[in-house]
Structure formats: C-alpha cells, structure tokens
Design a protein around this ligand. Sequence first.
Ligand code: COA
Length: 204
Amino acid sequence: MWRIDQKRIYFDKDLPNYIVNNMTKERPLRKYFPKINGLLVKLRELSISDAMNNSQLMTYNISKSLWQVPYPYTIEDAVNFISSSHRDFESQKAANFAIQYKNNPEDVNRLVGTISLKNVNFDKKKATVGYWIGELYWGNGIATESVALVITFAFSILRLKEICAYVFSENKASIRVLEKNGMIKKQELNEFNKMSGRYQRTTK
Ligand SMILES: CC(C)(COP(=O)(O)OP(=O)(O)OC[C@H]1O[C@@H](n2cnc3c(N)ncnc32)[C@H](O)[C@@H]1OP(=O)(O)O)[C@@H](O)C(=O)NCCC(=O)NCCS
C-alpha cells in the first residue's frame, strides 16, 4: 500500500492554483461534480459522450496494470463504468474524474485518461486513488499532476486524512508517480489478479 496522510501533504511550488467549483463542506461530494483546473490538466465529470474515447484508449498495456478492467474494453464497458461513476458520486462513495490535457493537439476537451477517488469513507477520513492515462499521452506529467490535484482536493476540500494507492510492483511508472507526490510504500502483498490470471506482487 502506498499512503499519504495529511501531515505529509506535498505542495510542489509549481503546483498550479486549482479551482474547485460548487463544493460544500457539509456534504462535500454533493450535487455538483467538482471541476479542478491544473496547469497541464483539467479534471471534470465523466460524460456518456466520453465512452467511445474511453474504450479506444484502453489498450492492453493499460488494462494489464489495473485490477478490474477487462480487455478488450468495449464501448458498453465504458458506458457501464461511466454510469456507475455517476451512481457512486450520488451516493458519496467516489468521484471518478475525466482527465483533459490542455496541450492536446487534437482536442483539449477530449478525455485522455481517468482518475478516481474511490472507497471514500468520511467516517474514517480515508479514500483510495486510482488512475490511467492513454498511451499516446504518456510521459507528459499528466498522471503526476492529476494525482497531486486529487490529493489536494481530498485533503483540503473533503477534509480526508489519508489517501492510499495499490500498484503492481512491476509498474515502475506508476510507482514513480506516487513517489513524486510524496506517497510512501507501506506494505507488499502477493495477490491473485483475476485479469492476468496470476499472482502478482502488489504494493499498497
Ligand atoms: C502509470 C501511468 C498512469 C503514468 O502516466 P504518465 O502521465 O505517463 O505519468 P507522468 O508522465 O506523470 O510520470 C511518469 C514517471 O514515470 C517515469 N517512468 C516511466 N516509465 C518508467 C519505467 N519503466 N521505470 C521507471 N520510471 C518510469 C517517467 O520518467 C516519469 O517520471 P519522471 O517525471 O521522474 O521522469 C501510465 O503509464 C498508465 O496509465 N499506465 C497504465 C495504467 C496504470 O498503471 N495505472 C496505475 C495503476 S496503479
């Protein structure tokens, strides 16, 4: 398990000012989905119109690093994910964001990946972060900034105190993203991954 607690919140001096709209501290995930504006990325609510793009970007190289994402990933799979994201937001369990890349030469409004704040537990003040970025866009700092923004949002707006992430030990790029965000490795596990059909070392 990779973990960051509020005491270790990491504010890079280059981390942009972010804007979170329509939040209330009483029921922070209520009603309006947050929009978070970074330097490189914008995080916004997923829409059913993202489904085609989501399905096309979900290549094998991405799905093999995730726990519950089938390959091939059909448009129907994407629609189901987006619909369940809307339900999970309604019930205050998760905020699954679409990531837009501001330097995307094709279309700045296009989804290039997703980042999820899931298993949100307001009583224990904990949540888990999970993310993927389309292969075309790797290496531009998109995941690093998206994680920074979501952690900042979770601590400062949702008032959570601990964020965890689970990553396969062989996933060096993702581990680097977590390290760059000040997260610390807490535990190593050997877990069966249904998607790959084998046990894989996982750090959590
Ligand atoms: C992991 C992932 C999200 C990274 O996205 P990204 O936008 O390319 O990440 P960033 O550009 O912000 O940062 C990647 C960092 O990893 C480093 N990196 C990339 N490949 C690496 C490797 N094989 N070994 C070590 N470091 C590596 C990069 O150099 C960069 O670090 P740096 O800024 O210090 O140079 C993306 O590769 C992905 O979606 N992978 C598949 C899904 C996944 O793994 N999700 C996370 C599950 S826990």
